[in-house]
Design a protein around this ligand. Sequence first.
Ligand code: SF4
Length: 308
Amino acid sequence: MVSNVADYKTEVHNDWCPGCGDFGIVSAIQMALAEMDIPRHKAAIFSGVGCSGKTSHYVNTYGVHTLHGRVLTFSQGAKLANPEMTVVAVGGDGDGLGIGAGHFVAAGRRNVDMTYIIFNNGVYGLTKGQASPTLKLGLKTKSLPEPNVNQSVNPIALAIASGYTFVARGYAYDVRQLKDLIIAAVKHRGLSFLDVLQPCPTYNDINTRDWFSGMDNIDEITNKPRPRIYKLEDTGYDASVHIDSPDEENEKLTQALIKSNEWDSKIPTGIFYKNEIIAPYDERMSERIPNYVENPPSNQEISSGNKS
Ligand code: SF4
Protein backbone atom coordinates (compact mmCIF):
# COMPACT_ATOMS: atom_id res chain seq x y z
CA MET A 1 0.00 0.00 0.00
CA VAL A 2 1.29 3.46 -0.87
CA SER A 3 -0.59 6.27 0.81
CA ASN A 4 -1.20 9.81 -0.35
CA VAL A 5 -1.46 12.83 1.91
CA ALA A 6 -5.05 13.26 0.68
CA ASP A 7 -5.92 9.89 2.26
CA TYR A 8 -5.40 11.44 5.70
CA LYS A 9 -7.52 14.55 5.14
CA THR A 10 -11.15 14.81 6.20
CA GLU A 11 -14.01 16.91 4.89
CA VAL A 12 -14.75 18.38 8.31
CA HIS A 13 -15.08 22.18 8.09
CA ASN A 14 -11.95 23.86 9.46
CA ASP A 15 -12.65 26.90 11.65
CA TRP A 16 -9.13 27.88 12.70
CA CYS A 17 -8.25 31.55 12.12
CA PRO A 18 -6.51 32.46 8.83
CA GLY A 19 -2.74 32.23 9.21
CA CYS A 20 -2.87 30.03 12.33
CA GLY A 21 0.20 27.83 12.81
CA ASP A 22 -2.11 24.88 13.48
CA PHE A 23 -2.56 24.39 9.73
CA GLY A 24 1.14 23.62 9.26
CA ILE A 25 1.14 21.10 12.12
CA VAL A 26 -1.86 19.18 10.79
CA SER A 27 -0.31 19.13 7.31
CA ALA A 28 2.93 17.78 8.76
CA ILE A 29 1.05 15.02 10.63
CA GLN A 30 -0.80 14.02 7.45
CA MET A 31 2.43 14.09 5.40
CA ALA A 32 4.24 11.99 8.01
CA LEU A 33 1.49 9.34 8.12
CA ALA A 34 1.50 9.16 4.32
CA GLU A 35 5.28 8.89 4.07
CA MET A 36 5.35 6.12 6.70
CA ASP A 37 2.46 4.46 4.82
CA ILE A 38 0.58 3.77 8.05
CA PRO A 39 -2.90 2.37 7.31
CA ARG A 40 -5.62 4.68 8.59
CA HIS A 41 -7.11 1.92 10.76
CA LYS A 42 -3.74 1.48 12.47
CA ALA A 43 -3.33 5.08 13.60
CA ALA A 44 -5.19 7.10 16.22
CA ILE A 45 -5.00 10.81 17.00
CA PHE A 46 -6.00 11.88 20.51
CA SER A 47 -6.53 15.57 21.21
CA GLY A 48 -7.06 17.69 24.29
CA VAL A 49 -9.21 20.80 24.64
CA GLY A 50 -8.24 24.04 22.91
CA CYS A 51 -7.90 25.19 19.32
CA SER A 52 -5.56 22.26 18.69
CA GLY A 53 -8.27 19.90 19.94
CA LYS A 54 -9.82 20.02 16.49
CA THR A 55 -6.84 18.10 15.09
CA SER A 56 -8.46 14.73 15.71
CA HIS A 57 -11.38 15.88 13.50
CA TYR A 58 -9.10 16.86 10.62
CA VAL A 59 -6.89 13.77 10.32
CA ASN A 60 -8.58 10.77 8.72
CA THR A 61 -7.54 8.05 11.16
CA TYR A 62 -9.19 6.93 14.37
CA GLY A 63 -9.64 10.05 16.46
CA VAL A 64 -10.69 10.85 20.01
CA HIS A 65 -11.31 14.42 21.23
CA THR A 66 -10.72 13.96 24.95
CA LEU A 67 -11.00 16.12 28.09
CA HIS A 68 -9.03 19.20 29.12
CA GLY A 69 -5.57 18.18 30.28
CA ARG A 70 -6.32 14.46 30.01
CA VAL A 71 -5.09 13.59 26.53
CA LEU A 72 -2.12 11.60 27.83
CA THR A 73 -4.28 9.37 30.03
CA PHE A 74 -6.59 8.43 27.14
CA SER A 75 -3.79 7.94 24.63
CA GLN A 76 -1.48 5.94 26.90
CA GLY A 77 -4.41 3.65 27.76
CA ALA A 78 -5.19 3.13 24.08
CA LYS A 79 -1.58 2.27 23.28
CA LEU A 80 -1.37 -0.20 26.16
CA ALA A 81 -4.59 -1.90 25.07
CA ASN A 82 -3.54 -2.01 21.41
CA PRO A 83 0.24 -2.04 21.06
CA GLU A 84 0.05 -2.33 17.27
CA MET A 85 -1.65 1.06 16.97
CA THR A 86 0.38 4.17 16.08
CA VAL A 87 -0.77 6.63 18.74
CA VAL A 88 -0.23 10.39 18.47
CA ALA A 89 -1.53 12.70 21.20
CA VAL A 90 -1.84 16.44 20.55
CA GLY A 91 -2.82 19.46 22.61
CA GLY A 92 -2.03 23.05 23.42
CA ASP A 93 0.54 24.39 25.87
CA GLY A 94 -2.21 25.35 28.30
CA ASP A 95 -3.81 21.91 28.05
CA GLY A 96 -0.58 19.95 28.47
CA LEU A 97 1.50 22.16 30.76
CA GLY A 98 -1.28 23.79 32.81
CA ILE A 99 -4.12 21.50 33.84
CA GLY A 100 -2.35 18.48 32.31
CA ALA A 101 1.07 19.10 33.88
CA GLY A 102 0.81 16.21 36.32
CA HIS A 103 0.07 13.77 33.51
CA PHE A 104 2.89 15.29 31.45
CA VAL A 105 5.41 14.45 34.17
CA ALA A 106 3.97 11.01 35.00
CA ALA A 107 4.02 9.99 31.32
CA GLY A 108 7.78 10.55 31.19
CA ARG A 109 8.33 7.94 33.90
CA ARG A 110 6.31 5.32 32.01
CA ASN A 111 7.91 5.74 28.58
CA VAL A 112 4.95 4.26 26.67
CA ASP A 113 5.81 3.91 22.98
CA MET A 114 3.81 6.82 21.52
CA THR A 115 4.16 10.47 20.48
CA TYR A 116 2.94 13.66 22.16
CA ILE A 117 2.86 16.96 20.24
CA ILE A 118 2.25 20.28 21.98
CA PHE A 119 1.02 23.20 19.87
CA ASN A 120 2.88 25.94 21.73
CA ASN A 121 1.65 29.50 21.16
CA GLY A 122 1.90 31.07 24.63
CA VAL A 123 -1.82 31.76 24.97
CA TYR A 124 -5.16 30.04 25.59
CA GLY A 125 -6.44 30.77 22.08
CA LEU A 126 -9.83 29.08 22.40
CA THR A 127 -10.82 31.24 25.38
CA LYS A 128 -9.64 34.61 24.02
CA GLY A 129 -5.90 34.64 24.64
CA GLN A 130 -5.16 34.48 28.36
CA ALA A 131 -1.48 33.87 29.24
CA SER A 132 -0.60 30.18 29.09
CA PRO A 133 2.22 28.47 31.04
CA THR A 134 4.73 29.07 28.22
CA LEU A 135 4.26 32.85 27.84
CA LYS A 136 7.46 34.57 28.97
CA LEU A 137 7.49 36.78 32.06
CA GLY A 138 6.76 40.42 31.26
CA LEU A 139 5.26 39.89 27.81
CA LYS A 140 2.06 41.74 27.13
CA THR A 141 0.19 40.28 24.21
CA LYS A 142 -2.69 42.26 22.78
CA SER A 143 -5.09 39.98 24.64
CA LEU A 144 -3.69 40.85 28.11
CA PRO A 145 -4.57 43.98 30.09
CA GLU A 146 -1.19 43.88 31.90
CA PRO A 147 2.18 42.20 31.19
CA ASN A 148 2.40 38.54 32.17
CA VAL A 149 3.37 38.39 35.85
CA ASN A 150 4.40 34.71 35.96
CA GLN A 151 7.58 32.87 35.00
CA SER A 152 7.16 30.53 32.05
CA VAL A 153 7.53 26.76 31.88
CA ASN A 154 10.29 25.45 29.60
CA PRO A 155 8.63 22.45 27.90
CA ILE A 156 11.87 20.96 26.57
CA ALA A 157 13.58 21.10 29.97
CA LEU A 158 10.49 19.72 31.72
CA ALA A 159 10.27 16.80 29.29
CA ILE A 160 13.95 15.99 29.75
CA ALA A 161 13.63 16.17 33.54
CA SER A 162 10.50 13.99 33.45
CA GLY A 163 12.22 11.16 31.57
CA TYR A 164 10.95 11.50 28.01
CA THR A 165 13.34 9.52 25.82
CA PHE A 166 12.88 11.61 22.67
CA VAL A 167 12.61 15.38 22.99
CA ALA A 168 12.44 17.69 19.98
CA ARG A 169 11.16 21.06 18.83
CA GLY A 170 9.61 22.00 15.50
CA TYR A 171 8.21 25.15 13.96
CA ALA A 172 4.72 25.24 12.48
CA TYR A 173 5.81 27.13 9.36
CA ASP A 174 8.66 24.74 8.53
CA VAL A 175 6.35 21.91 7.57
CA ARG A 176 9.04 19.79 5.89
CA GLN A 177 11.30 19.76 8.96
CA LEU A 178 8.27 19.19 11.18
CA LYS A 179 7.17 16.21 9.07
CA ASP A 180 10.65 14.69 9.42
CA LEU A 181 10.58 15.27 13.20
CA ILE A 182 7.16 13.60 13.49
CA ILE A 183 8.43 10.59 11.55
CA ALA A 184 11.48 10.36 13.82
CA ALA A 185 9.24 10.70 16.89
CA VAL A 186 6.82 7.98 15.77
CA LYS A 187 9.67 5.61 14.89
CA HIS A 188 11.36 6.16 18.24
CA ARG A 189 10.92 3.22 20.66
CA GLY A 190 9.49 4.98 23.70
CA LEU A 191 7.70 8.20 24.55
CA SER A 192 8.45 11.06 22.16
CA PHE A 193 7.74 14.69 22.91
CA LEU A 194 7.56 17.37 20.25
CA ASP A 195 7.26 21.02 21.25
CA VAL A 196 5.99 22.90 18.19
CA LEU A 197 6.27 26.68 18.08
CA GLN A 198 2.89 27.66 16.68
CA PRO A 199 2.20 31.37 16.14
CA CYS A 200 -1.33 32.45 17.09
CA PRO A 201 -1.90 35.55 14.92
CA THR A 202 -5.19 36.32 16.63
CA TYR A 203 -3.99 36.71 20.24
CA ASN A 204 -0.18 36.59 20.42
CA ASP A 205 1.14 39.64 18.55
CA ILE A 206 4.66 39.25 19.97
CA ASN A 207 5.83 35.72 19.07
CA THR A 208 4.66 36.10 15.49
CA ARG A 209 5.79 34.52 12.25
CA ASP A 210 7.88 37.65 11.55
CA TRP A 211 9.39 37.48 15.05
CA PHE A 212 10.50 33.86 14.62
CA SER A 213 11.85 34.41 11.09
CA GLY A 214 13.63 37.67 12.02
CA MET A 215 11.64 39.78 9.57
CA ASP A 216 11.10 42.25 12.43
CA ASN A 217 14.87 42.39 13.05
CA ILE A 218 16.61 43.49 9.84
CA ASP A 219 20.43 43.70 9.88
CA GLU A 220 21.35 47.31 9.10
CA ILE A 221 24.49 46.37 7.17
CA THR A 222 23.33 43.36 5.13
CA ASN A 223 19.71 44.47 5.01
CA LYS A 224 18.71 40.84 5.69
CA PRO A 225 16.54 39.44 8.48
CA ARG A 226 18.25 37.90 11.50
CA PRO A 227 16.29 34.64 11.95
CA ARG A 228 15.77 33.54 15.52
CA ILE A 229 15.03 29.95 14.50
CA TYR A 230 17.93 27.67 13.64
CA LYS A 231 18.35 23.91 13.23
CA LEU A 232 20.45 21.89 15.67
CA GLU A 233 21.32 19.46 12.88
CA ASP A 234 23.11 22.31 11.03
CA THR A 235 25.50 22.76 13.96
CA GLY A 236 26.75 19.17 14.23
CA TYR A 237 24.74 18.64 17.42
CA ASP A 238 24.44 14.94 18.34
CA ALA A 239 21.32 14.29 20.44
CA SER A 240 21.60 10.51 20.78
CA VAL A 241 22.76 8.42 23.71
CA HIS A 242 24.81 5.78 21.88
CA ILE A 243 26.06 3.52 24.68
CA ASP A 244 24.71 2.29 28.00
CA SER A 245 26.86 4.52 30.17
CA PRO A 246 25.86 7.00 32.92
CA ASP A 247 28.59 9.39 31.73
CA GLU A 248 27.26 9.37 28.16
CA GLU A 249 23.69 9.86 29.39
CA ASN A 250 24.68 12.73 31.69
CA GLU A 251 26.62 14.43 28.92
CA LYS A 252 23.67 14.25 26.51
CA LEU A 253 21.15 15.34 29.15
CA THR A 254 23.31 18.31 30.13
CA GLN A 255 23.84 19.55 26.59
CA ALA A 256 20.11 19.21 25.91
CA LEU A 257 19.23 21.25 29.01
CA ILE A 258 21.70 23.97 28.02
CA LYS A 259 20.21 24.12 24.52
CA SER A 260 16.69 24.21 25.95
CA ASN A 261 17.50 27.54 27.64
CA GLU A 262 18.29 29.31 24.37
CA TRP A 263 15.54 31.79 23.50
CA ASP A 264 15.00 35.30 22.10
CA SER A 265 17.96 35.89 19.75
CA LYS A 266 18.58 32.19 18.93
CA ILE A 267 15.93 29.46 19.18
CA PRO A 268 16.98 25.90 18.36
CA THR A 269 14.75 23.41 16.56
CA GLY A 270 15.36 19.72 15.91
CA ILE A 271 16.08 16.80 18.22
CA PHE A 272 17.48 17.82 21.62
CA TYR A 273 17.71 14.39 23.24
CA LYS A 274 17.22 10.80 22.16
CA ASN A 275 17.71 7.68 24.26
CA GLU A 276 16.67 4.23 23.03
CA ILE A 277 18.69 2.40 25.65
CA ILE A 278 15.99 3.00 28.28
CA ALA A 279 13.35 0.28 27.78
CA PRO A 280 9.82 1.38 26.89
CA TYR A 281 6.90 0.38 29.12
CA ASP A 282 5.83 -2.63 27.04
CA GLU A 283 9.31 -4.16 27.21
CA ARG A 284 9.37 -3.78 30.97
CA MET A 285 5.93 -5.40 31.21
CA SER A 286 6.97 -8.22 28.87
CA GLU A 287 9.56 -9.27 31.40
CA ARG A 288 6.76 -9.66 33.93
CA ILE A 289 3.89 -10.91 31.75
CA PRO A 290 4.62 -13.36 28.87
CA ASN A 291 3.17 -12.33 25.47
CA TYR A 292 2.31 -8.89 26.84
CA VAL A 293 2.79 -7.16 23.49
CA GLU A 294 0.81 -9.72 21.44
CA ASN A 295 -1.94 -10.18 24.00
CA PRO A 296 -2.06 -7.28 26.45
CA PRO A 297 -4.06 -8.03 29.60
CA SER A 298 -6.97 -5.92 30.71
CA ASN A 299 -6.56 -3.68 33.73
CA GLN A 300 -8.74 -6.04 35.68
CA GLU A 301 -6.49 -8.98 34.87
CA ILE A 302 -3.39 -7.01 35.88
CA SER A 303 -4.84 -5.82 39.18
CA SER A 304 -6.26 -9.26 40.06
CA GLY A 305 -3.06 -11.03 39.03
CA ASN A 306 -4.98 -13.48 36.78
CA LYS A 307 -2.75 -13.06 33.74
CA SER A 308 0.23 -15.39 33.83
FE1 SF4 B 1 -5.06 29.56 15.88
FE2 SF4 B 1 -4.98 31.45 17.75
FE3 SF4 B 1 -7.07 31.32 16.09
FE4 SF4 B 1 -6.73 29.48 17.95
S1 SF4 B 1 -7.15 31.65 18.32
S2 SF4 B 1 -7.27 29.10 15.81
S3 SF4 B 1 -4.49 29.27 18.03
S4 SF4 B 1 -4.93 31.76 15.53
